[in-house]
Design a protein around this ligand. Structure first.
Ligand code: URA
Length: 275
């Protein structure tokens, strides 16, 4: 008799912590089905004719997903139009909650919109919520968030003096990397969020946030520590400090000294702007 608790712990440790369906899916049979059907159309299944045939037939397999829901340009334009019509952060929050155009919404438990003070002079941006954030609907409350709180404290900040959000407001299942299309469909909302919060400084936590804010392809290890800028849709330029993500610092504590330098630079610039 297998120990189910141990099996579940094993899955959780391997990062499989999100059940996506109520019914188990046999991926091997899906691969087989895919091999034996033409790429354009699967041959129709013969319906069981009698009740006994029906009882013997296997439960219907979920459809073979050969293509993710791909937002096209029109959908991205619609998302942009929707986001730009939000006049306040509360309106934007409500629009995102009602928005069905990003498939991540359907596997996430909660929308993770923001935390902290929306009137703060400084906004910190991460990539996407993790497990704890998904459960609570609040960004950066897991282990990396606890480290981030200590980093705030080291430069005299806390959640009442900063605004925190992510480039993607729904957790990708199993913390996988968001696809470029997921990033694109969320981008209008994220950009409008910055515009409405109107911070004087932005801090990009990790490579994906730095990429989204500064439109660069350079890696975060080269990028960090150098001030860049983000231009909003209405043409306002906001200085951006790209730095290392706290989750990366938890795995590479020797790199904390670089993040410290970046935070000191942020502290000095913030002081110059607000004094
Ligand atoms: N990592 C992120 O980038 N964002 C969160 O909210 C939590 C972890």
């Amino acid at each position: 008799m297998p120990n189910l608790r141990e099996l579940l712990d094993f899955y959780a440790e391997a990062g499989v912590d999100t059940p996506l369906e109520d019914v188990p899916v046999n991926r091997f049979s899906q691969v087989e089905a895919k091999r034996t059907t033409t790429p354009l159309a699967a041959s129709p299944q013969k319906a069981p004719a009698t009740p006994s045939e029906r009882m013997q037939s296997a439960p219907p397999a979920p459809p073979v997903v050969t293509k993710a829901t791909v937002p096209d340009d029109a959908q991205i334009a619609m998302a942009r139009q929707l986001a730009s019509s939000a006049a306040t952060l509360d309106e934007l929050h409500a629009q995102l909650a009602a928005f069905d155009g990003c498939n991540l919404k359907f596997t996430a438990k909660n929308l993770v919109f923001a935390d902290g003070n929306p009137h703060a002079s400084i906004m910190f941006v991460g990539e996407a919520p993790g497990r704890e954030e998904d459960l609570e609907g609040v960004p950066f409350i897991g282990r990396s968030g606890q480290l981030l709180d200590r980093m705030f404290a080291a430069i005299g900040l806390d959640r009442s003096s900063v605004y925190i959000a992510n480039t993607i407001p729904w957790r990708p299942p199993g913390n996988r990397t968001p696809t470029p299309l997921e990033t694109e469909i969320c981008r209008p909302f994220f950009e409008r969020q910055i515009e409405l919060a109107n911070p004087k400084l932005l801090v990009a936590l990790g490579g994906p946030a730095a990429k989204a804010l500064t439109d660069t392809t350079e890696g975060i290890l080269r990028l960090r520590g150098n001030w860049k800028s983000h231009t909003t849709a209405s043409g306002i330029e906001i200085p951006v400090m790209p730095t290392l993500h706290p989750a990366y610092l938890l795995r590479n504590s020797a790199q904390k000294r670089f993040a410290w330098r970046d935070f000191v630079s942020v502290k000095l610039r913030l002081r110059a702007l607000t004094e």
